[in-house]
Write a protein that binds this ligand. Structure first.
Ligand code: FES
Ligand SMILES: [Fe+2]
Length: 329
């Protein structure tokens, strides 16, 4: 269990990822839950296995009940309210709770949970600040990778994998590492990535590549363990690409992107779906390489600029305590 860091907060979803009255399966710490959103935007979460004969409630549907909605089991149509109570056929009485609701912490559109564990690490406030100062562009690349949380986080904090994993997309020619600021469970990394130019023909074939600058200036804001924000600044506007991580099980980790923008020029807003597509390609490439790694291979080589990964390993080992920050450079 320590490999999934109990006591950390996990962002299960942005409310826009749930359709009204459409149950959705969410996994955390090896347990499955059904989440649903009523017409007023209220969120409920119950264990996903129906207490009658175990059908997945997430495969069922929702029906209005008492000003909110209840989830209906797809097998024999028992209807459960957000407290996990039902009314058995032929009776007029509501049962006691048969399913213990998953505790959620809702902050605006953000749905957080500690998965039933005692909180040891606070929820980072940064996403509330971003939600206040940026507009929400959308979500993308919601996928589950057959890998453990540590391996997933190492990939996200690996500043050298652009040349391999993301070679096709960015053509990054170099990594110019500038600064790493270690504040314990929060850190910042600043680096520049020059890219090789695209030919005119390539631009004509695929105009979206023109959005890529000749120098990608990266500022990564990291909040251990659940969140990495890639801050991008372009002439037309600013973007905050938030990478979210959720430990679904020991060897299954979910990731997705929430994208926020700040337009300096109205045209910027038209580019939202293009940036979402880029984000999806990046995550797909990461998922692909994560499926092609032998776990537990002894490391005999260390490259430059692995400080982000050192930060992940240190925080993992000392979790939930924060050791004296010692990696700034
Ligand atoms: S299994 Fe859910 S109602 Fe029977
Ligand atoms: Fe990557």
């Amino acid at each position: 269990m320590p490999s999934m860091l109990p006591g950390a907060p996990w962002l299960l979803a942005h409310k826009s990822m749930l359709r009204v009255d459409q149950p959705r399966k969410i996994s955390l710490y090896g347990e499955d839950y059904v989440l649903w959103k009523d017409a007023a935007g209220a969120i409920q979460a119950l264990p996903n296995a129906c207490p009658h004969m175990g059908a997945m409630l997430s495969a069922g549907w929702c029906e209005p009940q008492n000003g909110t909605s209840a989830v209906v089991c797809p097998f024999h149509a028992l209807k459960f309210d957000g407290a996990g109570c039902t009314v058995l056929p032929g009776t007029n009485q509501t049962t006691l709770s048969l399913l213990k609701p998953l505790e959620l912490i809702i902050q605006g559109d953000l749905i957080w949970s500690y998965g039933g564990y005692e909180p040891k690490v606070p929820i980072p406030d940064v996403l509330n600040q971003i939600a206040k100062n940026y507009y929400f562009v959308g979500h993308t690349a919601d996928l589950t990778v057959e890998t453990d949380l540590l391996t997933m986080l190492l990939n996200m904090h690996d500043y050298n994998h652009q040349n391999g994993t993301h070679r096709d997309l960015f053509r990054i020619t170099d990594i110019e590492f500038h600064q790493f600021l270690d504040h314990g469970h929060c850190s910042h990394a600043f680096y520049d990535m020059p890219t090789a130019p695209y030919s005119l023909l390539e631009k004509l074939k695929q105009p979206s590549v023109m959005l890529l600058p000749s120098l990608i200036k990266a500022h990564l804001e990291n909040h251990f363990p659940s969140l990495v924000i890639f801050h991008g600044e372009m002439p037309l506007g600013k973007a905050a690409q938030c990478h979210i991580f959720v430990p679904e099980a020991e060897n299954r980790t979910r990731t997705y992107i929430l994208l926020f923008g700040q337009a300096k020029h109205p045209v910027f807003k038209l580019l939202g779906s293009t940036y979402l597509k880029f984000g999806k390609v990046v995550v797909d490439q990461d998922a692909d390489i994560l499926g092609k790694i032998y776990p537990d291979t002894p490391r005999k080589i260390k490259l430059n600029n692995e400080v982000g990964m050192d930060w992940v390993r240190r925080n993992f080992e000392s979790f939930p305590a924060v050791v004296e920050p010692n990696l700034s450079k």
